[in-house]
Design a protein around this ligand. Structure first.
Ligand code: UP5
Ligand code: MG
Length: 201
């Protein structure tokens, strides 16, 4: 995809920082198509006939990052499907909000080289104690294999060691809008709106 036809915004932040929650707001108000890499992987995990089901299940439970060939194929297929199903009005660009990807430096480079460069990176900045209590609470009902204390600890480790360097690299390119994610859902969304409007999106 060229940046003439689509706008890609990466939405990053630790596990439980609120990416999915705020994506729903952004989808409603800004015409973004929300693509969660984690949701796409979970759908592929349970898809009849998928050869990756078991692999994805194990990676997610261990809080490890699934090999990027799988994730990037799912994302670029979802982008193509969305463009085919609902092409943007003439003269406008489709906007994709890519939630929870890229989580590793080589994935960022690969996606931007082979699929589409990003316009902006939205980052939710949230302390681990806050994220942990949100995830444990959600785990009471979510049914997610990774919403348990042990998996959460592993997800935090991967985030600090592997995914934060991606945010730092985009920061060095001055592409990041960073928002404190500890307030209420409405407070965080208000900050997101002012942050992205300041960037002209
Ligand atoms: N909540 C949200 N905002 C709140 C607020 N302001 N105040 C109070 N509560 C708030 O929110 C989490 C919970 O907090 C919810 O109950 C919500 O109501 C509440 P949510 O919006 O779901 O947060 P989110 O950041 O989306 O958390 P999520 O758990 O989805 O983050 P992860 O990044 O861990 O999960 P993801 O699905 O992206 O990835 C899961 C796994 O898939 C990864 O660990 C990895 O193994 C794999 N993966 C890859 O390998 N590659 C990828 O590219 C992507 C994923
Ligand atoms: Mg999510």
């Amino acid at each position: 995809f060229s940046t003439q036809e689509v706008t890609v915004v990466f939405f990053l932040g630790g596990p439980g920082s609120g990416k999915g929650t705020q994506s729903a707001n952004l989808e409603r108000d800004y015409g973004f198509v929300h693509l969660s890499a984690g949701d796409l992987l979970r759908a592929e995990q349970v898809r009849e006939g998928s050869q990756y089901g078991e692999l994805i299940r194990n990676y997610i439970r261990e809080g490890k990052i699934v090999p990027m060939e799988i994730t990037v194929a799912l994302l670029s297929n979802a982008m193509a499907d969305s463009l085919a199903a609902t092409p943007p009005p003439a003269g406008t660009k489709a906007r994709f909000l890519i939630d929870g990807f890229p989580r590793k430096l080589d994935q960022a480079v690969f996606f931007e080289d082979t699929v589409c460069p990003s316009e902006l990176v939205l980052f939710l900045d949230c302390p681990e104690e806050v994220m942990e209590s949100r995830l444990l609470k959600r785990g009471e009902t979510s049914g997610r294999d990774d919403d348990n204390a042990e998996s959460i600890r592993k997800r935090f480790r991967t985030f600090v060691d592997t995914s934060m360097p991606v945010v730092d690299a985009f920061q060095a390119q001055n592409k990041v809008v960073s928002v404190k994610a500890t307030g209420s859902v409405d407070d965080v969304y208000a900050e997101i709106k002012s942050g992205i409007q300041a960037r002209g999106l």
